[in-house]
Design a protein around this ligand. Structure first.
Ligand code: ATP
Ligand code: MG
Length: 408
């Protein structure tokens, strides 16, 4: 099996670093060509953290870039992906990454670092370039006919031997992530520029056509990192979907978009704990356990989620906490944000189809109260059919909103 734990067994290993925002066939062809031409056993893709030279540009969340890289490389047994850089706090420098890899692989392992020739030319401006070229061989991929004289000149001037570099021609691929992002944002096709799985991921999560300034804020990045470990992959994707849908609804109905995003992101943060853990945490946070909550411990995750959002994720905004707390049961007289997250949870794109989903979405875009009434009615009926007890808050909420039920 090829896994990161095998790293110490390789005699040759190449690192392919990049923002991968998104990963595309240019990256994959470069990595595969280098691997074969230089007879390298394995290529490790390392999506970057926040690289110093890309501080100002907008990038998709770290987790999106990581997942897209996993999707793109999954079918190549010689490719792996590492979270090393995105999990490292602070600035990202290639030298630190290479040192970390060096410390994990065998002493006689030959390390390569793959980079586009244009990026390679900038290597002298990176941190500790002299040490870097001692620790690994730089493989600069170029399009056929690339003029190396300028880069040779620059390297010599900086006191770096051009022999630290291996130049390799790869088929001319002028694909770039920047171009792909621009295409998505204006609705042009990106088909055949990147693996279909990545294209589908971009479409499904509406990346790049829905960029918000806060998505790259450190607090959001930190939240995503924690969620990645706390939730199953499926729930993680669901979480991103609810966040995005909540923003859309906030835009339509004039609510605070950033708060909607935050609440959507965190609404299920307590969901994947076991029943036992949930009940124990209820005790810790003073959440009163009635018969329903003890028997259907899953219902506690919304109340717990609000506590964790405050305690673990540093959320202090009561509106956001309320939207997390009541996203499952609902309650009478909900705030706009509470309604939005409650509804987005039903119909975000990765949700499995169920009867009524289309109506909920349609109502939610037109009138929040109608949508809430319809969803409550639907949920209560469904849970009754499964012989589950109904939480009193949901019954009170339906009583409160039933006047808004659509006419049958
Ligand atoms: P952006 O447009 O955002 O700069 P990019 O397409 O250049 O993105 P990066 O993630 O910055 O992608 O690149 C990672 C590495 O892959 C870099 O070393 C870069 O030079 C190299 N690379 C990028 N595009 C290609 C390509 N089409 N062919 C070969 N190598 C590439
Ligand atoms: Mg680039």
């Amino acid at each position: 099996m090829n896994s990161l734990s095998d790293i110490k067994n390789y005699k040759t290993l190449a690192v392919m670093g990049g923002t991968f925002d998104p990963i595309h066939y240019g990256h994959l062809v470069a990595a595969e060509t280098v691997r074969q031409e230089l007879n390298i056993e394995h290529v490790l893709f390392i999506p970057s953290g926040r690289p110093p030279h890309k501080q100002k540009t907008r990038v998709a969340g770290d987790e999106h870039r990581y997942l897209m890289t996993v999707l793109a490389t999954a079918n190549n047994p010689y490719f792996d992906v590492s979270r090393m850089e995105i999990d490292r706090p602070g600035m990202t420098y290639t030298i630190d990454t290479i040192k970390e890899i060096r410390s994990q692989c065998s002493e006689d392992c030959k390390l390569y670092f793959i980079t586009g020739a244009d990026a390679a030319a900038e290597i002298i401006s990176w941190k500790d370039p002299h040490e870097l070229v001692k620790l690994c061989q730089i493989v600069a991929v170029t399009r056929p006919g690339y003029d190396k004289s300028k880069i040779f000149y620059e390297l010599r001037k900086a006191g770096i031997s051009p022999y630290s570099f291996t130049f390799l021609e790869v088929p001319a691929l002028s694909i770039s992530s920047t171009d792909i992002r621009n295409r998505v944002s204006v609705g042009k096709t990106i088909r055949y520029l990147l693996p279909e799985s990545v294209e589908q991921y971009i479409n499904k999560l509406k990346l790049y056509n829905y960029q918000h300034y806060w998505e790259t804020e450190p607090m959001i990045t930190e939240i995503n990192k924690k969620l990645h470990y706390m939730l199953s992959p499926k729930r993680f994707v669901h979480t991103q979907g609810v966040a995005d849908e909540s923003v859309k609804l906030a835009k339509i109905h004039g609510a605070d978009e950033k708060k909607a995003y935050l609440a959507g992101l965190l609404h299920d943060c307590a969901k994947d704990f076991s029943s036992k853990e949930k009940l124990k945490m209820c005790d810790k946070y003073g959440i009163e356990l009635d018969e329903i909550l003890v028997n259907q411990s899953d219902l506690t995750h919304a109340f717990l989620g609000a506590e964790l959002a405050r305690d673990m994720f540093g959320v202090t905004d009561e509106e956001v906490l309320g939207a997390i707390r009541y996203h499952t049961t609902g309650k009478p007289d909900m705030t706009k944000l509470e309604k939005i997250v409650y509804l987005a949870d039903f119909f975000e794109p990765s949700r499995q189809y169920f009867d009524g989903i289309k109506e909920i979405k349609q109502y939610a875009y037109e009138d929040l109260d109608t949508a809430v009434a319809f969803s409550l009615d639907h949920t209560i009926e469904y849970n009754r059919s499964k012989n589950r007890l109904i939480h009193p808050l949901s019954l009170q909420a339906l009583e409160y909103y039933k006047g808004s039920l659509p006419k049958k």
